[in-house]
Write a protein of this length. Structure first.
Length: 133
């Protein structure tokens, strides 16, 4: 069902999504959002649970942003997988450089900041799962 919202910062927003059950253990959601003051923002989210020991979710979006006058993107994901007797989990998130404008001593200053974060965690596999390995 399409979603219509009003925002004081972005104006009118219209969002529509399409869900696709790829298979019993994989699905995806495709979205298209129109933001009045910023532009068109397509996105996709992919989820998989191939087994109890192998699952994850990935998301990506992009916008030719009228507010920042350049293309911006975001990619993030999480992957969990049992390897031997450990359960490594990794998360990744990255986005295009963001531009900010600040006024210092009466002069405008422009700065860009990039963001990329990767986390990895190793846990012990619960005994009931390790017994099947």
């Amino acid at each position: 069902m399409p979603e219509l919202t009003l925002s004081s910062s972005d104006g009118v927003k219209l969002l529509d999504s399409y869900f696709w059950a790829i298979s019993r253990d994989q699905d995806a959601t495709f979205s298209l959002q129109w933001i009045q003051d910023r532009g068109l923002k397509p996105g996709v989210e992919y989820r998989y649970a191939l087994s109890e020991e192998l699952k994850g979710v990935w998301y990506g979006t992009i916008i030719d942003d009228k507010e920042y006058d350049h293309t911006r993107y975001r990619i993030k994901g999480q992957h969990d997988q049992v390897v031997g007797k450990s359960w490594p989990s990794s998360q990744m998130s990255t986005m295009s450089p963001t531009t900010s404008i600040s006024r210092i001593s009466g002069q405008l200053q422009l700065s860009e900041r990039e963001f990329c974060q990767v986390n990895a965690v190793r846990r012990t596999v619960p005994e009931e799962i390790a017994a099947y390995g």
